[in-house]
Design a protein around this ligand. Sequence first.
Ligand code: NAI
Ligand code: MG
Length: 357
Amino acid sequence: MEARITLLPGDGIGPEIVAEAKRVLDTIAEKYSHQFETPSCPMGGNAIDEFGDPLPPQTLETCKASQAILLGAVGGPKWDDPSAKTRPEAGLLQIRKELGLFANLRPIKPYSELLDASPLKREIIEGTDILFFRELTGGIYFGESGRMEHPDGEKAFSVMTYTTSEIARIVRLAAESARNRGGKLTSVDKANVLEVSRLWRQVAADVVKNEFPDIEYEVVLVDAMAMHLISRPSDFDVVVTGNMFGDILTDEGSMLPGSLGLLPSASLGESGPGLYEPIHGSAPDIAGQGIANPLATILATAMLLRHSLQLETEAKAVESAVDRVLAAGHRTADIAAGGNPISTSEMGSFVLQELLA
Ligand code: NAI
Ligand code: MG
């Protein structure tokens, strides 16, 4: 197939880790006879320096004209000046909005070789493989908010709203994924208290009943979910929830594997390109040293192949190459636990070697 995949290396370690992901894309293209065009565009702090704009119009145009976007990370102390007119993160928010990226996907899959890095006991974490779908463009973060005078001092409010179609479209994506994985769908809400959650629960149940009667489905209250995620994470498969609950639960979930450097994420819209990135930031403390772990970005590349290009075989090939590299004991500094760490590009090379094996 032919596809344009726009690279947004960003700041800090971004360019180092995206370079390794690009080598993976090139290798996949060669091995499976695809033509991937991979233009690289400025975005974030580097784009502020060069163009005074974290998301230059040219970058946005290139992104819109591609099948998928791979982002490293943006930001760093250089651009943290509170008096600055614009911040690198503004570029990220703008691109999500421009592309209508309403679904944030985060897999939580601890690697058995690295389980000792998890704060949880091996018996609890073993077998965990969760895919979170967090609604990203609605809910309380985008609802009406404000302050008013009040006899006590002030009163403030932030309103959580969801419409039928906002709920249905994310539940549909999650349910499709549960079906493809042959797994269960869990919808998380707070329907015992919130009216907006009662609508969520009703719409989710309708979508599942009418369009996905074949999948296993359950609902869990968000406070209970916070406990279950730690006490029995391996019982969950695909989890769908609103913006704020998802924000909190995915951060909780990201601690299960014990290493940030291994977790990818995807943000998808109704149509058009998806955005893929590691969940970690630009790690300015180790930037430029060639020691960052590229695996989260490489695993984000696997998600890109799966969700935006429908190349499931290629996605699995990348994931299993990463599995084998870890099983062989290759470790960058963040996961080496005092052992003998390898560099960013050495790690990339081991993945390529497994891909071609
Ligand atoms: P961070 O995730 O960049 O770093 C936290 C710690 O984890 C650091 O010690 C770092 O060295 C380490 N780390 C992160 N990724 C790693 C990797 N691939 N390999 C090895 N070690 C890794 O979070 P922090 O320090 O809070 O933020 C740094 C900058 O990144 C800030 O400017 C922040 O705003 C930005 N950021 C950007 C995000 C994005 O672009 N989506 C997300 C989160 C933060
Ligand atoms: Mg968060």
